[in-house]
Write a protein that binds this ligand. Structure first.
Ligand code: ADP
Ligand code: ADP
Ligand code: ZN
Length: 214
């Protein structure tokens, strides 16, 4: 099964993508995690991506499209994958259509997690992230077992620099302008599955499973 997760920053894409990946035994591919790993590792890609990310802007399409095309061509993606944070623009969605078609495949589902803007700002202020394994937590809604420590890998949790309220506002306007048009794009392809992202995490996941029906 090949699917993408749509939704505003903080809608719960990463949280739900991790659950989907585990339940269906497919890799979870987060472009945000790939960029953050490159920044941490001091690579040329990381250096280019950082200025855009810190400003709450999108990294240019040419820095992300080939990277994803290569990633979905790898062995572990043969049975499917869940893309989290890609595509974010119409040109990226078109690049993905082509990359999937070149492999003789197609995107089966675009899951759109709907959360209103005012709920997003509150969610982001409580988000804590593990930069080592990509796991995300929330101080109130999904706290780690031990404060400040990742349940999965034991690393220290951090608040992402781009999760401060001013940057979240920029990211939300970028989302409305550049990413929201993808909802119509995938509706037109007949693969859109919309879920209410304001429900508790387990209920959101149940709704997604229901829509995927596999
Ligand atoms: P969130 O989980 O809040 O939606 P991500 O971790 O997916 O955020 O992305 C963090 C930042 O990384 C984005 O604000 C953007 O700068 C960059 N980024 C991630 N994926 C993409 C993409 N597909 N295209 C452009 N920029 C991206
Ligand atoms: P995204 O990948 O879309 O940016 P995340 O999965 O990182 O979003 O979730 C953003 C924040 O909101 C995290 O702190 C996460 O723990 C929390 N969160 C995710 N889903 C829910 C939910 N259904 N209810 C409450 N908080 C949630
Ligand atoms: Zn971790």
């Amino acid at each position: 099964m090949r699917l993408i997760m749509l939704g505003a920053p903080g809608a719960g894409k990463g949280t739900q993508a991790a659950k989907v990946a585990e339940a269906y035994g497919i890799p979870h591919i987060s472009t945000g995690d790939i960029f953050r790993a490159n920044i941490k590792g001091g690579t040329a890609l990381g250096k280019k991506a950082k200025e855009f990310m810190d400003a709450g802007k999108l990294v240019p399409d040419e820095l992300v499209c080939d990277l994803v095309a290569d990633r979905i061509a790898r062995e572990d993606c043969q049975k499917g994958y869940v893309l989290d944070g890609f595509p974010r623009t119409i040109p990226q969605a078109e690049a993905l259509e082509k990359a999937a078609a070149d492999l003789g495949t197609r995107i089966d589902y675009a899951v759109d997690i709907e959360v209103p803007d005012d709920a997003i700002v509150e969610r982001m202020s409580g988000r804590r992230a593990c930069l080592k394994c990509g796991a995300t937590y929330h101080v109130l809604y999904n706290p780690p077992k031990e404060e400040g420590i990742c349940d999965v890998c034991g690393s220290e949790l951090v608040q992402r620099a781009d999760d401060k309220p001013e940057t979240v506002k920029t990211r939300l306007s970028v989302y409305h302008e550049q990413t929201q048009p993808l909802i119509d794009f995938y509706q037109g392809k007949g693969v859109l599955a919309t879920v209410d992202g304001t429900l508790p995490m387990e209920e959101v996941f149940a709704a997604i499973r229901d829509r995927l029906g596999e």
